[in-house]
Design a protein around this ligand. Sequence first.
Ligand SMILES: Cc1cc2nc3c(=O)[nH]c(=O)nc-3n(C[C@H](O)[C@H](O)[C@H](O)COP(=O)(O)OP(=O)(O)OC[C@H]3O[C@@H](n4cnc5c(N)ncnc54)[C@H](O)[C@@H]3O)c2cc1C
Ligand SMILES: NC(=O)c1ccc[n+]([C@@H]2O[C@H](COP(=O)([O-])OP(=O)(O)OC[C@H]3O[C@@H](n4cnc5c(N)ncnc54)[C@H](O)[C@@H]3O)[C@@H](O)[C@H]2O)c1
Length: 434
Amino acid sequence: MEKFDTIIIGAGPGGLAAGSKLAAAGQNVTIIENNLWGGTCPNRGCDPKKVFIAAVEARDKVAQLKGKGFSDVPFVNWSEIEKFKETFTDPVSKGSKDGAINAGITTIDGEPKFISENELVVNEATYSADHFIIATGQRPSYLDIKGKENLLSSTDFLSLKQMPKTVAIIGAGYIAFEMATIANATGAKVHVIHHNGHPLKAFDQDYVNELVKQLEQKGVEFHFNVDTKEIVKDNDQFTIKADNLNLPTDLVIGATGRIPNTDFLDLTKANVKTDKHGVVVNSKLQSSNDKIFAIGDVVSTKAPKLTPVAGFEANYVSEVILQETTEDLQLPLIPTVVYGSPKLAKVGAQTGSKVVDQDVTGWFSYRHSNEPVAKVKIFLNEQEQIIGATVLSQEADSFINLLTKAIEQKMTHQDVQKEILAYPTAASDLEYLF
Ligand SMILES: Cc1cc2nc3c(=O)[nH]c(=O)nc-3n(C[C@H](O)[C@H](O)[C@H](O)COP(=O)(O)OP(=O)(O)OC[C@H]3O[C@@H](n4cnc5c(N)ncnc54)[C@H](O)[C@@H]3O)c2cc1C
Ligand SMILES: NC(=O)c1ccc[n+]([C@@H]2O[C@H](COP(=O)([O-])OP(=O)(O)OC[C@H]3O[C@@H](n4cnc5c(N)ncnc54)[C@H](O)[C@@H]3O)[C@@H](O)[C@H]2O)c1
């Protein structure tokens, strides 16, 4: 039986980051992966999605300037972008695995199963370790309805070879809004079907309503309070059936959330407790077996399931294992962005002693490219320091990072006035916003 200092299960952003740090510190590390090395983000998540979003951004800019220098809104060729996307995704798995090998990590492809509190079996070989890190992420969860085998996932969507005429998306979270934005810009008639009236429920509902309105103006049709009961397949066509809907479509994407990859690992044999959100951990990301940690999307905590969070937790757990820290995990502020059209971003507190809500659509930073809408909400505490923000605009992704820094530095209006920021940009407007 081979013994390692640390065995990591899952080679996504979390597992690979932990592996690199532990190996660089001289540990004997192995990573076990059962699918593509690199994990969700670069293979079937953030990165391929952003390649399509680049096309949405380019098309939006031209569409806004129609009659102001441009005469035609360009047709966006899905198949060409999909091929371009493959130039990013195709090399990921080999590159990630080679990177791990070059970092001195032992790499294993297979399906590990725990057989005791410190041993697992993979490819019929038994391995033990002083510590384990579970970094197995999540996978799409599908509605348990009649015809559920007809649902495609975001992974399937991002690998379509052609964009069909009609796309229906069930759910109204991050993935639904982003796929709807992309399918709409690449020529499909898009329907979003949601079981209640609260899309993107963790975001400011005024701004979400504005985002819905903007997408509706681009042709996306939202069906709220529709509880999908069945998906009927007839040759290459599908019909979505609910009490109050009967919708024919060329394909149906299920975007109703993701479930943790905790099954298949025989975690009970390792005395690791799980719930429906993932591995249950303490404030040091230790599971009920204190030698087994969990990081990233597979952890059952309220922390947003995002790539930088997985990376941060990987560094933290590595430090705990290397005895470089005895502190509890302290996650910093976590900005988050829905890559819609426009983008919706938020960071920090969403209430405050003072709330500044500015419609900045007419401000030069947005009007020079004829953006249809731009809004910024800033939340201040009693000392008038910025403690949170929500932004809806095409620049929301970069602007929210600046606001994150402003919150970390507890900046007030006076502090902002002492800065010089490149003009004209969304950032240079900050001093006039509150
Ligand atoms: C469509 C989409 C878009 C996204 N966009 C963004 C974005 O814009 N920004 C952002 O920050 N985040 C985004 N995310 C979320 C981001 O992808 C995840 O937060 C991130 O990948 C989590 O990293 P992880 O290492 O915890 O898990 P993962 O990246 O999921 O990696 C887990 C790895 O474990 C492997 N694995 C699973 N089970 C086993 C097993 N039994 N044995 C061995 N290996 C196993 C998997 O194959 C995978 O390689 C997006 C996600 C999706 C689905
Ligand atoms: N830009 C980003 O950072 C980004 C992008 C995509 C995904 N992600 C990550 O991936 C995670 C998963 O994304 P997601 O969009 O699948 O999940 P989500 O939790 O954001 O949204 C799921 C949606 O499905 C709805 N839903 C649940 N049951 C339903 C039903 N029976 N019928 C109709 N709708 C139903 C929920 O109300 C919710 O609106 C996100 O939470 C996020 O952490 C991040």
